[in-house]
Design a binder for this molecule. Structure first.
Ligand SMILES: [Zn+2]
Length: 507
């Protein structure tokens, strides 16, 4: 009698249909309100049979399902053709096989890992379902390192990286540091096999809004634990399924004020990759204040704003990798050990005062004239989205010279961007500005926001009008975010092109 079920730690499946040896299956989203992709099931009693399982292509990775006989050791089935299904021939005596979206990490494995090093997991708190949520404390010292994984229950690749990192830090502790690890933040989700990501009303990694109390007991307990110090905080995740930038490991930059530190850590990680490590390339990192990455209520955003925090960020480790670097347990563990090597170096440099301090921002505007024309023209810009090259901005400013001026945006004495400002608006027209850009080396570090604040200051000082109106393309979410942060509100669509949003600020 063949039995297909999800009665095990991490199990998640629904059987929609069975036609002979063909099964149509679907993952169970449970409280997740987005379309997500996690599933895991067990087949028992199929020895000697060949069965076909149909899901959907956006539920299966590059190498087909992950396969295990004990929920510990996982391999890829391979041979995936991209049609959303896979076929498995069960050998004689092969009575129990687990299949999953990706390689699962069993909570017992973590407990055994700790026990093998003479450590016992403590209890962080009780979960909503009354389970004891494990945490691990090790070492003593003035520098506290907070490590978390599984804020999103299904993101098991992060757990292997965390194990490798802890393995290395426990074997050879960094002097004067204390480790505090929560390996399964959404513990109920990990045990029950939930997606975890995008839970209603929000998931565990959106439960750190500073102005609100956490709704999940785990997040509340982690906040409390951080009060004893969180000099370093790292959170291990996995990104979205596959393709589109999701097949690599990358750091999510958080808090532009600490950009130099995150850049240094990334350099150290890339330079200290251990033999066999799943690769990390700094060029794949995701910038702060870019695309979807506007720090809100995440764990790392909360920790990075604590006064003692040196840095806090997330590592996203793909589920499958790419054909030249498929994900393996050993590769992920080695990436964790590489992380430990990088952290060891970083903390040494930090204690010796060799980490560059955050650049002090002092943003001012200076009109473009003969003295700074060359410097403005030579500003480096590779991307041409939304705003043209520096020459084009200078030419456009000349065209509108009747009521506008071109300004260089300065940080201290260095020009880092440009903007055209309508400082002498015609009768009945508000102040306005256009073509604001920050040159490539200064992007995503808060300079855009500071430049807009300087513009508002300039208009206020001129004192002729009481409002500023700008137009921004509806897809330019980074700019819209900056404008909203500096007091602009959306006010309809542009007459000449409905894809532009009109935004207005009162002075
Ligand atoms: Zn995540």
């Amino acid at each position: 009698m063949i039995r297909i079920h999800s009665d095990f730690t991490g199990g998640n499946i629904r059987i929609l249909q069975q036609n002979g040896k063909d099964y149509v299956l679907q993952n169970d989203l449970r409280t997740t309100v987005e379309d997500w992709f996690y599933w895991a099931f067990c087949v028992e009693g199929a020895a000697g049979e060949t069965l076909r399982f149909e899901l959907r292509d956006n539920r299966i990775g590059h190498y087909g399902p992950a396969v295990s006989h004990d929920l510990r050791a996982w391999t890829w089935l391979g041979g995936y053709t991209g049609d959303g299904s896979f076929t498995y021939t069960f050998a004689d005596g092969e009575d129990k096989v687990y299949f999953a979206h990706s390689m699962l990490y069993h909570p017992d494995r973590f407990a055994e890992f700790a026990a093998a090093r003479g450590l016992a997991c403590g209890e962080l708190c009780k979960s909503r379902k009354g389970r004891s949520v494990p945490c691990l404390t090790a070492g003593e010292g003035g520098t506290r390192i907070l490590l978390t994984a599984r804020h999103h229950a299904c993101e098991s690749t992060g757990s292997f990286v965390l194990e490798g990192l802890l393995d290395s830090l426990l074997a050879e502790p960094i002097p004067d540091t204390q480790l505090f690890a929560v390996p399964f933040v959404d513990y109920d989700g990990v045990v029950d096999g939930d997606q975890g990501k995008g839970r209603w009303p929000y998931d565990h990694n959106r439960d750190y809004a500073p102005e609100k109390e956490s709704i999940y007991p785990e997040c509340a307990a982690i906040r409390k634990a951080a009060e004893a110090g969180c000099h370093y905080a790292f959170d291990f995740h996995a990104p979205c399924h596959k393709n589109g930038g999701n097949d690599v490991a990358f750091i999510i930059h958080m808090n532009p004020d600490k950009e130099e530190r995150i850049l240094r850590f990334g350099q150290l990680l890339e330079a200290n990759l251990q033999p066999g490590s799943f690769p990390y390339r700094q060029k794949n990192d995701y910038p702060a204040e870019y695309g979807w990455n506007h720090g809100a209520a995440q764990f790392t955003n909360y920790m990075t704003r604590r006064p003692e925090n040196e840095m806090a960020f997330t590592l996203e480790t793909c589920y499958f990798g790419d054909p030249s670097h498929p994900v393996t347990e050993e590769g992920l563990l080695a990436l964790g050990r590489s992380w430990a090597a990088a952290l060891r170096r970083y903390i040494t440099e930090q204690r010796e005062g060799r980490i560059p301090q955050p650049e002090k921002r002092q943003v001012t505007l200076r009109e473009v004239d003969a003295a700074n024309f060359d410097a403005c023209r030579d500003l480096r810009r590779v991307g041409k989205r939304f705003v043209g090259q520096p020459e084009a901005v200078l030419a456009e400013g000349y065209m509108y010279r009747e009521n506008s001026r071109v300004y260089g945006i300065y940080n201290g004495d260095r020009v880092i961007g440009m903007v055209i400002a309508r400082v002498e608006p015609k009768e009945g027209k508000p102040y306005a500005f256009t073509d604001l850009f920050i040159s490539d080396p200064y992007l995503n570090r808060g300079f855009g926001t500071a430049a807009v604040e300087a513009l508002l200051e300039l208009f206020r000082a001129l004192g002729k009008r009481d409002r500023v109106e700008i137009q921004v393309h509806e897809t330019n979410s980074a700019a819209i975010h900056v404008y909203e942060k500096t007091g602009f509100e959306k006010n309809g669509r542009a007459e000449w092109n409905k894809t532009f949003i009109v935004m207005e600020a009162k002075l």
